[in-house]
Design a protein around this ligand. Structure first.
Ligand SMILES: *Cc1c(COP(=O)(O)O)cnc(C)c1O
Length: 376
């Protein structure tokens, strides 16, 4: 059994994907071109924003936004404590300080009450300048973006939606990657919309930001790439990856997003009185990058993972460590007590196989092993 079955997906779309790659090879146009342009247009339309700018990966997508906003030393950027390392890494990479904020136990997303407290505390201490918030749409579920927008407005902060896992999610019909002043996503193969290597994108409605990022991602270009008006980087999405994504985006829209939600419902029906199942708040829709359950304690979680392994069922712990316990961030001042939920989650969560190509039989098989393990 696969944790995320990319092989079945390829088999189903083999003809379309092979042809798309072949066409790029035949044209020998490996950077930019119509595949990238078309993908950017389709992604912007799907998400409902004015601009989509593709780039090399999700981490650089976020870095490009940090560069465009001139996030720098002595700036504070508020991020959830329970997320993938990138979300904090890109802040420290700019010399700024990530301020870790606890998450909500139910949704795994940033706790907006604690977020506001952390902002007020940072202002009071006066050592750092609050500049931005990076909410993460963890496991496919959009963060509480309307409340985050209210807070950002009140304290005059920028918002970058880290939608690396969130592409396809929505709140009352408004799509993930359309919130905040800018949003980013990742096309890493295992993400909701993945390519066959690395890839990423930035979304925004701002003309100025789009223009600036388009320059920074190509060596700070002015009128062309040999006219350089600022220091930038080289961060492009390969044409081959764009061609693959154009096929995969169609599959994603036609059935994959719906299919993971069918898997979620089946899992939930089987497991609702057995373990703590994912909570999708009223009006929210998740793209289920992960289906993550909570166990009673670390012992029960580790025991279940071992049991699943006996039956050749892969499972993952996202995340083993909260951000504030990562070695790279050990110099940053924190108060353990403010980050209790996130620390506890690291001991009790377990992510089960989840992808659009799961069969009902597989879901039953996994569920029954979990039920038997918990009841014993
Ligand atoms: C995967 C991920 C990223 C980084 O994306 P890459 O394309 O791997 O660089 C950033 N944030 C979150 C929450 C992620 O899951």
């Amino acid at each position: 059994m696969e944790f995320r079955d990319l092989k079945s997906q390829y088999q189903k779309y083999k003809y379309e994907i092979d042809s798309a790659i072949q066409e790029v090879l035949d044209n020998a146009n490996f950077i930019g071109g119509i595949d990238v342009k078309l993908l950017e247009k389709r992604l912007a339309e799907y998400v409902g924003v004015k601009y989509c700018i593709t780039c090399a990966n999700g981490t650089e997508a976020m870095t490009l936004v940090m560069m465009a906003w001139d996030i720098k030393e002595r700036d504070a950027v508020f991020i959830p404590d329970f997320t993938f390392f990138s979300t904090g890494e890109i802040v420290s990479f700019r010399g700024a300080t990530p301020v870790f904020v606890d998450v909500k136990r139910e949704t795994y997303n940033i706790d907006t009450y604690k977020l506001e407290k952390a902002i007020m505390k940072t202002i009071e201490e006066g050592k750092l300048t609050p500049r931005a918030i990076i909410p993460v749409d963890l496991f496919g579920l959009p963060a509480d973006h309307y409340e985050i927008a209210r807070i950002a407005n009140k304290y005059n902060l920028l918002v970058l939606e880290d939608g690396a896992q969130g592409f396809g999610g929505r709140i009352h019909g408004r799509m993930a990657c359309s919130f905040g002043d800018a949003a980013t996503t990742s096309f890493f193969p295992a993400k909701p919309l993945g390519c066959y290597g690395d890839g990423g994108a930035i979304f925004t409605n701002s003309d100025d930001l789009a223009k600036l990022i388009s320059s920074i991602k190509v060596h700070g270009k002015g009128s062309n790439k040999y006219d350089n008006v600022r220091i930038g980087i080289n961060s492009r999405l390969d044409t081959i990856q764009a061609a693959i994504l154009n096929v995969k985006l169609t599959a994603f829209m036609e059935h994959e997003l719906n299919d993971v939600n069918v898997v979620y419902k089946l899992y939930n029906e089987n497991l609702c009185n057995i373990v703590e199942i994912p909570v999708i708040p009223e009006g929210y829709y998740s793209s289920f990058a992960q289906y993550t359950i909570k166990l009673k304690n670390k012992e029960q979680r580790d025991g279940l993972q071992a049991k699943l392994k006996e039956y050749d069922i892969p499972s993952m712990i996202y995340y083993v460590k909260p951000m504030h316990k990562q070695g790279a961030f050990l110099g940053i001042e924190i108060n353990e007590k403010d980050l209790e939920v996130s620390s506890k989650l690291c001991e009790t969560v377990l992510s089960l196989p989840m992808h659009p190509y799961m069969t009902e039989a597989e879901i039953m098989y996994i569920s029954n092993i979990i039920i038997k393990y918990i009841k014993n």
